[in-house]
Structures are given as C-alpha cells and as structure tokens.
Write a protein that binds this ligand. Sequence first.
Ligand code: SAM
Ligand code: SF4
Length: 502
Amino acid sequence: MAFTSIKDWKEGIISNAEIDKYLVDGKDFIDNQAIFATLDRQRQPDPKFIRDILQKSLSITTLSSDETAALLQVTDPELWQEINQTALAVKKKVYDNRIVFFAPLYCANHCVNNCAYCGFREANSLEKRRILTMEEVKRETASVLNEGHKRLILVFGEHPSTDVDYMVECIKSVYSVQEIAAKSGQPTNIRRANINAAPMDIAKLKKLKEAGIGTYQVFQETYHRETYSQVHPANTLKGNYRWRLYALHRALEAGLDDVAIGALFGLYDWKFEVMGLLKHTHDLERQFGIGPHTISFPRMTPALGSWLSDHSEYILSDDNMKKVVAVLRLSVPTAGLIVTAREKADIKLELLQLGCTQTDASTRIGIGAYSDQKKELNKDKEQFTIGDPRDLDEVIREVGKLGYISSFCTAGYRCGRTGETIMGMLSHCVEGKYCKLNAVLTYREYLNDYASPETKEIGEKLIQQEIAEIEGADYFKQKPHLLTRFRQDYGETLNGKRDLFI
Ligand code: SAM
Ligand code: SF4
C-alpha cells in the first residue's frame, strides 16, 4: 500500500468491520467478571472432581472453563503430582515422545508501538534499529540451516517499512536458500516458515497464505483488558485490544489454517491468563471448528530499557510456570505447546517433561545475529534476554538422553494435514502416528547430516527403539501399507535421499 507518512499508514491498518463481525451482541469473548467468578466458584475443588477432569482429558477433549479453573485452583501437592502425570500421559497419547525443533529469525526491529515490556518499542532510544536486506535474510537462513534446522519462525516489529510485502519477500528469500550439510554432502532447505507478526486485515493475511507460510502466530500478551491498556498506550496500534483479540479469527478466515495463540506471562495474574487462552480456544472452536495449532506462554524476561520487564508484580515463579504448562496440556490436549529459549536450560527440560511439544535451539534473537555470530555484542538489537543459548546438537543430545526423539517434521501442512483435518486427527490420536514415522525420518536425516559423534551415539540407540516400537504397534499392523512405505523411506533416507515424508 502506498503511504505518505507513518501517520497515514497507521490510519489504514485497523478495520473495525473486521473486528465487529466476530462479536456477539457487541461483546467479545473475554468477560473479566465471568472469569473471576469461575475461578472463585472453583476455589476449593473436590479431589473427585479433579480426578474426573483428568479422565476427561485422557479422552482428548477440550475442557470447559469450570474444569480448567478447578485444575488451576488445586493446592494439594499430591493432587498436582497426579495432574502432572496425566499431563504427560496426554502428551504421550497425542504427540508421543517427540519434540519438534525450530529457530526464530528476527528480521527487523523497527516498531511504531510502545509496549512497556519490549526492547523494540519506538520510544526505546537505546535500541539500535536494523532491517535485514534480502541478502542478509538469506545469510541468516543459511546459518540456521547449517545447524540442522528445517523450520523457522520469522519475527517482525510493526512498521510500514516491514509491512506485509516485506514479510512476503523475507519468506520467499528463506525458501530460496539451499545449503549442503557438511557431514554428508546432502542438500537442505527450510521446509516450513512460520510468522510472528502484528495483527493484519484479511487481505494482507491472504498474501501471507499465498507466500506459503506455515503457522501465523499472534500473542494477546494479556487478556486482562485493564492491564492491556496500561502496557499498550491507547494512541498506538497495539493499544486496540480487540484488533489483536480477533487477529487469528481473521487469519482463519483468510485461509491460514494453523494459527497460534499465546500470552506473555508476567503482566497479570497467571490463572487469569490461562483462562483467557482457554476462552480464546473456545471461541476459535465455536466460530471456525478449529482450535489453536499451538499455544505459547512466553515468560517476560528483562528487556533493554524496560523497567516493567524487571519489576512487574506478576513475574511468574518456576513452580507456577510448571502449573501453566500442565493445565494447558490437559485443557487443550490437541494444541502443540511451545517452550522457548527465554527459559533457562534446566526449567526448559522440566517443562518439556510436562507436556511441551516444541522448542527452539541455537537461538539468536539479535537482528543479523546468526551470521554475525556475535551474540554478546548484539544486545542492543535484541528484544529481550534469552536463558538458553545452547546449540541444537547439545539440546538434541540432552533430550535424547531422556528418551525424546527430535523431530523436524513439516509433513503436516504439505500433505493437507492442517486446520480441521489435523484437529480431528489429533483428537483421535492419529496424527501422532504419522508424526512418529516422519519424526524418525527427519531424525535419521539429522543424525547423518549434522549430529556430533556423542549425539549420534545416543540417537542411534533411540532410533532403533523407535523403529522397534513402530514395527510392533497394532496401529501399523492394521495399516501394512504405511509400514511398507515407512521401511522404504527409511532405507532411502539412510542411503542419502532427503525430504521424504508420509
Ligand atoms: N511486533 C509483533 C507483535 O507484537 O505482535 C511481533 C512480536 S514480538 C517481536 C514477539 C513477542 O515477544 C511478543 O508478542 C511478546 O509476547 C514477546 N515479548 C516482548 N517482550 C518480551 C520480554 N521482555 N520478555 C519475553 N517476551 C517478550
Ligand atoms: Fe513492537 Fe511487538 Fe515489541 Fe510491541 S511487542 S514493541 S509491537 S515488537
């Protein structure tokens, strides 16, 4: 879109018609009083009720508000043990023992907003601004590929110079890069580029769809309206709570099947935010029949020049963070749960064991930091601080020791297993079976193409166990064509063929 000034550009962003159409009787789906009342009603939940809820979760059904509130209100440590064990059982049932890896790619840090917690905010004069050129995007992509990644999430501030057309260019650039794996000489490229960017109108979202993005991710930050207004000044685009609240409704309407929600934990009460995420899920399911593809729960970490990021009264403890993950795992069993490098290595590992399904590794969030490889010097271009800068090989090795298989599978959206189709398959625990096969194929690729000798040693044992499990599983015995195809693809992958998926 042509624009003469930032002010004109801003005026053209928000379409009230694309908010109002999703309201019910002029109301959105977050009713503070109703959420507080539900939490209050479940203040002292009966253990029998909690155990019934755990049984319901095991049948892979989204929980109700009262059920979720009841879980959040449990205080008995023994009951929490049961909750945690069930969360893991639900994860195993839907997602098996896989962890999907990705890397974030920060493309630009110009931003017209002034979010109180973020280093990229316009008023932060300490932040050095940079917009990657397409050559730089390609260079960053090459660096990430050379670690062994296949999935990226591209992250942007909100600014006319990095509007949707810039994003589309970035996506094309990312997909155009091909690298050669040093250990095996095999070609590699990014197979899925997701986007984390500001809310857009449907016409722009259609451009992202055409560019071939995977998931579109927008975090509400806080579902609590008053807190939202305090941390997002009213005269900024982000100050419009409802424009953001319906960003993913518009995305689904634009045909982007995989949408990702999230809340920035640390801005307001964690129980309220979990209820907000649940209400968001319910409304997407009600209006589109599709829940979120993933849920994120970034914990606020100190950001350059942000007092709030260090001093909020709602900073979340590790214990409560674990509760957030366990409850979300049970309440929205089909959603992938993402834990990021904001978390330190030890707590990240614990959260993975409570039901998270995805994580990033080798993470650099400075603009241009992957190819610069000067992460310590890039602080003034970072949005916040990260807790786990370990490289992919180390994290894969560590989770491998715990029996988790690392997956780079991107088959789902390339085989049409997105949106409603994937939700149905997940709730019947079928998608997990395909993913298991594809996880093994992509793990095989990683072990041959990138793994260090130590990681390979652990990986080889694990992959043999996985194959034995696949060969012995009733599900695959009843579908011998899948097994035949898997055996053939595995053999070809071992012999150097790449990007085979089922
Ligand atoms: N500008 C876009 C937006 O606001 O939607 C893109 C996202 S921003 C670069 C990515 C996410 O980082 C935000 O949605 C927010 O949840 C998170 N974030 C911002 N400041 C943070 C902080 N201090 N600690 C942890 N996460 C933070
Ligand atoms: Fe800009 Fe997003 Fe940071 Fe807010 S969170 S200042 S919108 S980059």
